[in-house]
Design a protein around this ligand. Structure first.
Ligand SMILES: Cc1cc2nc3c(=O)[nH]c(=O)nc-3n(C[C@H](O)[C@H](O)[C@H](O)COP(=O)(O)OP(=O)(O)OC[C@H]3O[C@@H](n4cnc5c(N)ncnc54)[C@H](O)[C@@H]3O)c2cc1C
Length: 366
């Protein structure tokens, strides 16, 4: 089949990163063809659901700095779209003192206001959570309206007049010609372009692993797992819930309220390795019980006996660092390791920088 030449960027993937990239590129006056294998708002990848945590609490100063850049871009996106996308509920970290103290130190170094509390003070302020170890809170954190955010990225891209958004359109092959590539679609059509962006999360190893290897670079091992957080009905009013992370002995735990759905609680990256195209989405029974036992003990503000499980994918690199880099006409963005959404508008900018000839962020380069 003859390919049509496309003088713009083919962005593969309509999750948080692909949608943010389409917005960032069109905002720079670039043409975009975004192709997503599933329908708009689908639940097959890493980005679905109404809420994600935004927090600045990392132990690593580089990530703390990136959260500040992301926060400014979330503000700008809210202004540009006239939509609230970040509910500033604040966030609380508790648990292992060495981790909580290291986060406090990193926030101090970055001049990000925060407060340490005793467990009694924290319980009085947030009765829905049972605290242990050291406790830290920062008010610039909160809850991203994630499904709305993706829609805002797509709608702004579409409204620019520079984007063609195609759903239910799988990319079946990428053929590397050196200065450009042919991107083939499931309907038998193809385009030839000087810039393709694979914002395909858990599918990156299969879609672009070989084509990058042909250019002498290897993607780091991306571990694709099926995660199973759950929403639990709250006994408390919505305002009672901050976003929270428990640096527990054993697996780390995150939680936040999804208004209308309950308090979402999950273990971070503990699920079984899966094929992203062949998974059953059914919770592993023993893990479900373990989560309910955790919630019964540490989240007394909810009904631990009535979980509604969610199924989603993590694409985790060995060091949980993202992968955002370019070789020739091929830009890849993957490995968001269960913590990418808070950076979405910044990730769009970083990927757009690369696709338009800029240098990679050194931390995320291949
Ligand atoms: C349960 C859960 C909770 C999380 N909580 C948080 C949180 O609180 N805070 C936070 O910051 N982060 C959180 N994350 C992480 C964050 O949501 C992800 O890092 C982010 O959504 C990754 O987006 P993505 O666009 O890279 O991946 P995806 O959303 O998976 O998007 C990739 C897209 O590419 C498409 N695609 C793949 N192959 C092809 C092809 N051949 N042709 C066309 N399309 C293709 C897929 O269908 C998919 O839509 C969480 C993740 C999960 C799963």
């Amino acid at each position: 089949m003859e390919s049509i030449r496309f003088d713009g960027h083919v962005v593969i993937g309509g999750g948080a990163v692909g949608a943010a990239t389409a917005h960032a590129l069109t905002a720079r006056g670039e043409r975009v063809l975004l192709v997503e294998q599933h329908g708009r708002g689908h639940h097959e990848g890493s980005s679905h659901g109404a809420t994600r945590i935004f927090r600045q609490g990392y132990t690593d100063p580089e990530y703390v700095a990136l959260t500040s850049r992301a926060l400014a871009l979330w503000d700008a996106l809210e202004t540009a779209s006239g939509t609230t996308l970040l509910d500033r509920t604040g966030a609380v970290d508790h648990g292992r003192p060495e981790v909580v103290d290291a986060i406090a130190a990193a926030l101090s170094d970055a001049d990000i206001p925060h407060e340490t509390l005793t467990t009694d003070q924290a319980s009085a302020r947030w009765p829905g959570i049972a605290f242990e170890g050291h406790v830290l809170t920062h008010a610039s954190a909160g809850r991203i309206r994630s499904a709305e955010a993706i829609e805002v990225f797509l709608t702004l891209a579409d409204g620019s007049g520079l984007a063609d958004l195609r759903f239910d359109t799988p990319v079946t092959a990428i053929e590397d010609h050196g200065d450009d590539v042919t991107v083939s679609f499931g309907d038998g059509t193809a385009v030839r372009t000087r810039s393709v962006v694979a914002a395909v999360g858990s599918w990156a190893p299969t879609l672009v692993g070989a084509v990058l290897a042909g250019r002498g670079v290897r993607l780091p091992a991306v571990r694709v797992t099926q995660e199973q957080p759950a929403h639990f009905p709250s006994h408390l009013p919505d305002q009672a819930w901050p976003s929270f992370v428990h640096w527990a002995d054993g697996d780390d735990v995150y939680g936040l309220l999804t208004p209308g759905e309950g308090v979402k609680v999950g273990f971070h990256g503990t699920g079984p390795v899966v094929d992203p195209d062949a998974r059953d989405k059914r919770p592993v029974a023993a893990e479900a019980e373990r989560l309910q036992a955790y919630v019964a003990r540490y989240v007394p503000g909810v009904d631990a006996t009535r979980p509604t499980f969610i199924s989603c994918l993590y694409d985790t690199t060995p060091d949980e660092d993202f992968v955002i880099d370019r070789r020739g006409p091929i830009t890849v963005a993957t490995g968001f390791s269960g913590h990418g959404f808070k950076f979405a508008p910044l990730l769009g900018e970083l990927v757009a920088d690369l696709a338009t000839g800029g240098a990679p962020h050194p931390r995320f380069a291949l």
